[in-house]
Design a protein around this ligand. Structure first.
Ligand code: C2O
Ligand code: CU
Ligand code: CU
Length: 508
């Protein structure tokens, strides 16, 4: 039976039985007390709060908040030293309603970390999350494996640990940090734990007049009583998609600019599972950077697809007075079962462009920096994504697998050699798109293949996350420079939790 037909034919009933729930590989979603309220959660379902109302309305149109900067306590150049505490906090998304969240240093998104290429970073992490292990993973950053917040290195509730690493020359880029504890990543992230880590270049070719603004997208679901509902079965399968896409914690905030101004914007998809296909009305977008920093040359675009965990650096030119809005377009990423969210037509940000012209801005240089191709691979590997759903005598089993296997912390899936260039072929034989991510390095995508048609990216770019659409094969060149175990996984965090993750052990 085709899986979609099967789903439509009343999977809800199957899933609702406690036995089927127990069968699913939800290690760590262990809070069984969050299960009784679970429903298949079409949007109409999971949006219902205790009062039977729809999703809470959030205020829109406040002035865009800049993310608070994490203060550097080092007092000496070349060192960034600070403390990050993860713990419970309260947010006010709607008037008169407190929302219990998780936050870094009391804020969600967490404080913006800004350091420079060549800096040493020493951050003490204090886990004050009640009863749960956590870690800080430095997503995309070239840090040693034992400093990278792997699930194998949990920080117990109440404990502290120091993370330390150097930021190599050439590593300037838009990275981020988030928890990565086994079985709890998805929940800790949607409850509020994620922050941006911008590594700045000592010599930056992008004019300083453009500013430098981080826009971090998160995805909030709020019940009528102001609480964040637990994941439903639908969330587990598709990844949790909320009701409100927020920018730096605000819904559709406003930013004022003068006509003719250019702004440098770093867009982060820090949602668990929301694909963001974005366009700017009344403003011209130019891509200048990807996950791992600047491109070789700017590329003008009309739209961007930012899958979960991806980042893009833009220069946006606001040449027409009036409102320039950043909006979402429809994108079909393969939704299982009912409740496909309405992705199109959300306004994420409104820029008010004044009639008064801006001071003349210097042009964007035609060349940004050289990117050397990683070169010819000496090893090639093939990773095949599948989703399985099967009925057996006791209920239903579901799997999100890589090469037929679910994640096992005790197992090494790939042994690689430090400094060796490899071709990784990521093959999506599943019915959903899966954004592929690997820790510890930046890779170069060389080819996409779908229905026998091969296409190449328009230019070389450093990436740590790439969407692999259903039916697609993505080929990328990668090289790990540092030894130790590294995770690779789908960055729909619920899929990672259900097993779509593996370990590459890099040997010297
Ligand atoms: Cu954001 Cu294992 O990653
Ligand atoms: Cu990562
Ligand atoms: Cu996935």
């Amino acid at each position: 039976m085709h899986r979609r037909g099967f789903l439509a034919a009343g999977l809800a009933a199957v899933l609702a039985s406690p036995r089927a729930l127990a069968q699913m590989k939800m290690d760590g979603m262990s809070n069984m007390d969050s299960m009784p309220g679970m429903d298949m959660g079409g949007h109409a379902g999971h949006d219902m709060g205790a009062m039977g109302q729809g999703p809470a309305a959030l205020p829109e149109g406040e002035a865009l908040r800049e993310l608070p900067l994490l203060a550097n306590e080092a007092g000496q150049t070349g060192l960034f030293k600070a403390r990050l505490t993860a713990g419970p906090a309260t947010a006010r998304f709607v008037a008169d309603k407190d929302t219990p969240i998780l936050a870094y240093n009391g804020t969600s998104p967490g404080p913006l970390i800004e350091a420079y290429e060549g800096d040493r970073v020493e951050i003490t992490f204090a886990n004050r999350i009640e009863g749960e292990p956590s870690t800080i993973h430095w997503h995309g950053m070239p840090v040693p494996a034992d400093q990278d917040g792997n699930p194998m290195d949990p920080v117990a509730a109440g404990a502290d640990r120091a993370y330390a690493f150097e930021l190599p020359e050439g590593s300037a880029g838009s990275y981020w940090y988030h928890p990565h504890p086994h079985g709890k990543t998805a929940e800790q992230v949607y409850r509020g734990l994620a922050g941006a880590f911008v590594v700045k270049a000592k010599a930056d070719p992008v004019p300083a007049e453009y500013g430098d603004t981080v826009l971090m997208f998160t995805d909030l679901r709020l019940a009528a009583d102001g609480s964040m509902p637990a994941n439903t079965m639908n969330d587990v399968m598709n990844g949790r998609v909320g009701d409100h896409v927020l920018v730096n914690g605000q819904k559709n905030p406003r930013l004022a600019v003068a006509m003719g101004a250019k702004r440098r914007l770093r867009l982060y998809n820090a949602t668990n599972a929301r694909f963001l296909r974005l366009a700017f009305a009344n403003a011209a977008m130019t891509v200048i950077g990807s996950d791992g920093g600047l491109l070789e040359a700017p590329v003008a675009v009309d739209e961007i697809l930012l899958s979960p965990a991806e980042r893009v650096e833009l220069v946006v030119a606001f040449d027409k007075p009036g409102a320039a809005t950043l909006t979402t377009l429809d994108y079909d990423r393969g939704w299982m079962g009912p409740g496909r969210p309405a992705d199109a037509g959300l306004t994420l940000l409104t820029v008010d462009v004044s009639d008064t012209p801006a001071e003349a801005m210097p042009p964007l240089p035609e060349r940004l920096r050289p990117i050397a191709p990683l070169g010819a691979p000496t090893v090639s590997r093939r990773l095949v994504f599948t989703e399985t759903m099967a009925m057996n005598a006791t209920g239903m089993e579901m799997g999100f697998l890589i090469n037929g296997k679910a994640f096992d912390m005790q197992r090494v899936d790939i042994v690689a050699k430090a400094g060796e260039t490899e071709l990784w072929e990521i093959v999506n034989h599943a019915d959903m798109d899966h954004p592929f991510h690997v820790h510890g390095t930046q890779f170069q995508v060389i080819e996409h293949e779908r229905d026998g048609k091969i296409s190449n990216p328009p230019c070389l770019a450093w990436k740590d996350t790439v969407n692999v659409a259903r039916g697609e094969t993505v080929r990328l060149i990668t090289r790990q420079e540092r030894p130790g175990p590294r995770m690779y996984h789908c960055h729909i965090l619920e899929h990672e939790q259900l097993g779509m993750m593996g370990v590459v052990d890099v040997k010297v």
